[in-house]
Design a protein around this ligand. Structure first.
Ligand code: NAP
Length: 349
């Protein structure tokens, strides 16, 4: 196995690996080095070596929420593969599970649902790994990881040690945490611990979910029924990345302040605004894009998905620059129409 430029290291290191093969958008040039980690000790080892060699480092999970540039990455890409699914506590009301960061998130949801545990069933069919869920406080259909997460174990690359961070330490907010903010790049999450309930899911459910349940005349709510409903809803709104390369929602849903409302309603009185309880409002970014007329259009090889304008499909783009041009055109048109700056959701390597 090549060890060039990466000495005293017993793990497999691969060189010159095309990132387009490891990202679901199927774009991006070569990574200089790539390795897989299966234990937290291996994470620490890679970081120590990278530091000695002065190499930048970037951790990926399933590659479903990252974008790679044409020039690739001149450091080491670490593929998170730490396994594990373990019951660490159990009482009459709840079961607490500890999950390796490299586990595929949806298989974790499925296992929890099969164990008749509640708390993450509405977060079904989300691509990516378990360890990625705290980073942007992943959530969907009325649940978010912050609701059940007790703690995470992580490698603290600044202090070179393994740490446990509590839910409070993560400072979760709407699709946000310290891992995307002041501590970006500092921690590598190696496991997550979730406290799940033994109670059945109970209404009120998220509007879109309730609508589906009503339309299908579903009146008994189990974890499995909710999971299946969410999978059915999502399958109509999200293209399969195996067939149509994409990263799910390419733009974040927008947050606007109280003082912006009058101006926005003057532009379009039908604008959907969801109160967040802190004087701010969520605006569906997909709706904003739809209003520009770009839904279904092909821009620089990227298709604005006709069933959900939040999704960009790489239909015939050959480079990251094509994606960038499409992205900026969409952002520009939304800005021209609404004076709102929508933002890219996936991280760029
Ligand atoms: P959607 O259901 O059309 O929602 C678009 C936006 O409107 C979201 O900000 C959503 O808030 C808000 N919204 C819709 N109905 C609402 C209600 N009854 N009350 C309050 N807010 C409401 O969206 P979508 O974009 O297709 O996403 C479906 C679900 O997946 C959403 O829950 C979304 O947050 C989630 N999602 C999460 C991520 C992520 O974690 N990175 C990425 C993509 C989608 P909420 O966001 O609070 O639901």
């Amino acid at each position: 196995m090549p060890k060039m430029g990466y000495n005293n290291y017993h793990m497999d290191i691969h060189t010159n690996i095309p990132l387009k093969n490891y990202t679901t958008m199927k774009l991006g040039g070569p990574a200089r080095f790539m390795t897989e980690v299966r234990t937290s000790e291996e994470v620490a080892e890679v970081y120590r070596n990278a530091k000695t060699q002065k190499l930048p480092i970037f951790v990926i999970g399933g590659g479903s929420n990252v974008i790679a540039k044409d020039e690739g990455f001149s450091g080491i890409i670490v593929r998170m593969r730490i396994p594990g699914f373990e019951i660490v506590a159990d009482d009459i009301n709840s079961t607490t599970i500890k999950v390796g960061a490299g586990e595929e998130w949806d298989s974790v949801v499925k296992r929890a649902v099969d164990m008749r545990l509640s708390g993450i069933e509405a977060m079904s069919a989300i691509p990516g790994t378990a360890g990625a869920t705290p980073i942007q406080n992943v959530g969907a259909y009325g649940q978010e990881i912050a609701d059940t997460l007790q703690s995470v174990e992580a490698y603290d690359s600044r202090e070179d040690r393994l740490v446990t961070l509590t839910n409070d330490d993560c400072r979760f907010a709407y699709r946000h945490s310290i891992f995307r903010d002041e501590s970006i790049g500092r921690y590598v999450i190696t496991s997550i611990t979730l406290k799940l309930s033994k109670n059945l899911p109970t209404p009120p459910f998220y509007d879109a979910l309730q609508k589906y349940l009503d339309e299908n005349n579903i009146q008994i709510f189990t974890q499995e029924i909710i999971r299946n409903a969410v999978i059915a809803i999502r399958s109509t709104k999200l293209p399969d990345p195996q067939i149509s390369p994409n990263t799910g929602s390419f733009f974040k849903n927008t947050i606007v302040e109280n003082w912006q409302l009058d101006a926005l309603r003057a532009i379009n009185p039908d604008i959907p605004l969801f109160e967040m309880g802190d004087g701010r409002y969520k605006v569906p970014a997909g709706w904003l894009i739809e209003q520009t007329g770009l839904k279904g259009q092909l821009l620089h090889g990227m298709r604005v998905y006709d069933k959900n304008a939040l999704v960009l499909i790489n239909e015939s783009a050959t480079s990251y620059n094509d994606l960038l041009a499409a992205r900026d055109e969409i952002i520009g048109q939304v800005r021209d129409k609404f004076r709102i700056q929508i933002e890219q959701e996936p991280l760029t390597i």
